[in-house]
Design a protein around this ligand. Sequence first.
Ligand SMILES: Nc1ncnc2c1ncn2[C@@H]1O[C@H](COP(=O)(O)OP(=O)(O)OP(=O)(O)O)[C@@H](O)[C@H]1O
Ligand SMILES: [Mg+2]
Length: 1078
Amino acid sequence: MAKMEVKTSLLDNMIGVGDMVLLEPLNEESFIDNLKKRFDHNEIYTYIGSVVISVNPYRSLPIYSPEKVEDYRNRNFYELSPHIFALSDEAYRSLRDQDKDQCILITGESGAGKTEASKLVMSYVAAVCGKGAEVNQVKEQLLQSNPVLEAFGNAKTVRNDNSSRFGKYMDIEFDFKGDPLGGVISNYLLEKSRVVKQPRGERNFHIFYQLLSGASEDLLQKLRLERDFSRYNYLSLDSAKVNGVDDAANFRTVRNAMQIVGFMDHEAQSVLEVIAAVLKLGNIEFKPESRVNGLDESKIKDKNELKEICELTGIDQSVLERAFSFRTVEAKQEKVSTTLNVAQAYYARDALAKNLYSRLFSWLVNRINESIKAQTKVRKKVMGVLDIYGFEIFEDNSFEQFIINYCNEKLQQIFIELTLKEEQEEYIREDIEWTHIDYFNNAVICDLIENNTNGILAMLDEECLRPGTVTDDTFLEKLNQVCATHQHFESRMSKCSRFLNDTSLPHSCFRIQHYAGKVMYQVEGFVDKNNDLLYRDLSQAMWKASHSLIKALFPEGNPAKINLKRPPTAGSQFKASVATLMKNLQTKNPNYIRCIKPNDKKAAHIFNDALVCHQIRYLGLLENVRVRRAGYAFRQAYEPCLERYKMLCKQTWPHWKGPARAGVEVLFNELEFPVEEYSFGRSKIFIRNPRTLFKLEDLRKRRLEDLATLIQKIYRGWKCRTHFLLMKKSQIVIAAWYRRYSQQKKYQQIKSSAIVIQSFIRGWKARKILRELKHEKRCQEAVTTIAAFWHGTQVRREYRKFFRANAGKKIYEFTLQRIVQKYFLEMKNKMPSLSPIDKNWPARPYLFLDSTHKELKRIFHLWRCKKYRDQFTDQRKLIYEEKLEASELFKDKKALYPSSVGQPFQGAYLEISKDPKYKKLKDAIEEKIIIAEVVNKINRANGKCASRIFLLTNNNLLLADQKSGHIKSEVPLGDVTKVSMSSQNDGFFAVHLKEGSGAASKGDFLFSSDHLIEMATKLYRTTLSQTKQKLNIEISDEFLVQFRQDKVCVKFIQGNQKNGSVPTCKRKNNRLLEVAVP
Ligand SMILES: Nc1ncnc2c1ncn2[C@@H]1O[C@H](COP(=O)(O)OP(=O)(O)OP(=O)(O)O)[C@@H](O)[C@H]1O
Ligand SMILES: [Mg+2]
């Protein structure tokens, strides 16, 4: 959607009139009233045609914001309420689009807001012109030149806390696209007298205070300065501090700005050194000293300050000291030196300080110009901004005011020329008949001042150059002669008798009737100030400084370039620079900003009518309006005019479909204005009287009211209807919504109940299923567990051998096996002999084999015993059996037994079969003979022994005679009941027979044999095998033996050794037979 364009006009919401041209009636009073009314409503800008009047609000207004910049950007001049931005925009656009160089002339008295206005113009242009890194740097440098110049060129005065003490004209250069390229600054007449002396309540230039407040201790020390203002004569002390001004912070801003503008560090330092030198110059004091020739000579009181200045500037102290004491005048190759008295010395000192400062200022301007100079040689479009001191009328007006007012006179001149020219050109352009306009032309006043032959400045120069005594009075005299007849010159001493009795005009003054009012000038100081004399000795001393900046400031001090010609006077210099400026301005399209100061108190909201009236007068603003209105008061292009007033005519309302001009013509015919009241130009309608315009505006206003009522009526109707429809619609919507809501609620209730029931049932069902499922799951789990265990067991069984857990056992078993194996193999090698009586057995290697080892020993022993036994024949076996029997019967019972063990049982000791003497005996015995031996048969009567052959067969026991072999007794074994013997080591034994048997008639037998054990054993065995009865064998040391009918006791006693080693038997009595056993 295209942006809706709001057509506005200066005429909308006007407070008073925005353009003074429209003021009705036009007079001073209404003019001031209008300004005041607007001022009270914060409308500080008012137009006179294209001229902007600006009233200083003395407070910050919210009308310079970036949004405002955007508002005024690319808008027509009369489209919005008056603003400095509108003028800036107009100037910039006409420069950019129509290739017209512009100049913005800002005038007004001190404190009226010129400098602020110039900054506003610059910042507006900077905001709307091109962008980009390079362009921004140029803009920044141009804007930052302001704080630097303000620090060095501005000072606090009674009228303005930041009063510009120099005139400034700045050309901003643009390329064809309207991007800034650079700039050139020209400065005019710095008020250098301020350096050495300030009026009460005023200050020296800001930089001095800023330096002392803001410099670091270190910097101050370098500059040999002290922070205390009161140390310096050149600084006024009563108003050293300005309310709301932070000098220290400003110092930092200035240094920063210098850096941005492009000052090198050493350059900035040099500048501060010059400032320090100026300050210190003021502290040099002189005392008179009488000389022999009666002339007074001055001497420097305290040379310390001088020394420090010389150290700072690198000047030879003696050179500077001499320059303060002597003055050398050169004339026609002659040098004349005269001493200076104290007053002259002070004059010289101050002149030096002023010159140093003003030259430094000019140097600064040049240095800035060097930095902001456009870098390209392409053709540039130029916008000049002139911020120059306005017309000044003080109580005491001196040379400076004269010069300043001359400058303003020139500006007025150019204003008249350019405005009228422009006006005239517009009429021609628009093809409107030109009527001559009568206005006051101030060319005559300019001529009074600047005429080369008899102008006041020329007179002054003439006076200054004239040989002989020249004073301000001689100058005034001259003026009185030359200018006496001029209408704008007034003096009491002039030949013109008009002023002879005018007491308001003192004798030492002259008065000029400027275009803006009469100004009385005090003639005192004119000559001196015009001469602006600096003694050559001083400039030469400065030139000799090793400080390069100071040296450069005084080129005329170079003796090689000595110039005997006097330098141009201040007046002529100024005249020349003003002439150049005027020439420059004439080539450009002028834009005017007229600044007005509403009060003297620097206060907001106060509008002093008298003060404003005075300014309006000398600025010639009423004349300005008159000039503007001389032809046609108002003009406007056809399109906006038709747009604005088309509602006044039926044909043009609401749309006109032809060319705008035709529309306007129809409109004006319809309205029936007198024909002389308006003219149709090529592109504009010209209205002669503001009255007509206001009538138009009135009609428009009324028509607008009607239209507004109409619109209102329709709008109200529409609004009510739409409101009703909306209500109706709303009601339906609400009802629908409510029904829906209640149904929804009911439904929700049912639904939620259903859900509750449903949820219970579902819960119950679910729990049931859950239980079943849980059971099923448990079963499944059990099955799975069992299966798993079963599988586990199976797998473990299958894989147990692979299990590491079994390895221990396996290894254990294996190790055990190996140990046992080794044990057995070792045992094999260590086996003892096979002899059953060998007691050797290898040691047990391991404790755990203890039982095995013992068992093995036992088995081995049994085995070797068996082996041993297996070697025996049956015969030997029998022998052993008998031996074994013997052991059973007698071991440990009979003392004789042990000796028998080693004797083999031979049985047949007597070889009957071989001895022929026993042939008969042998034949008598058919049975096998078991024992055949010779025994001693104890005689029962005396106990004597008789040898008998003792034979034992299977069934009988036989006794035969040893010699004959004749059988004496035969006893069947069955009749033998018992065998008795002692327990001692004797061979006696008794064979008891069964009582009543045949053999028993003679009684029992008592024998002694060497083979008792063998015999008893065999007898026992044979009896056993024959009778199956065990033979009773009694072993006792006393037993009874049956002899025939008597029982005799056989008693064994311990016999003596003398009886021999053979036992002896002796019959003691009938009943006792004693056997003595050795
Ligand atoms: N548009 C403005 N808005 C707010 N304050 C302003 C404006 N214009 C001027 N002032 C105030 O007025 C003071 C004086 O303005 P400025 O320095 O511009 O005067 P001047 O005309 O340049 O005076 P001089 O001739 O002494 O240099 C400013 O310091 C500022 O406080
Ligand atoms: Mg200023």
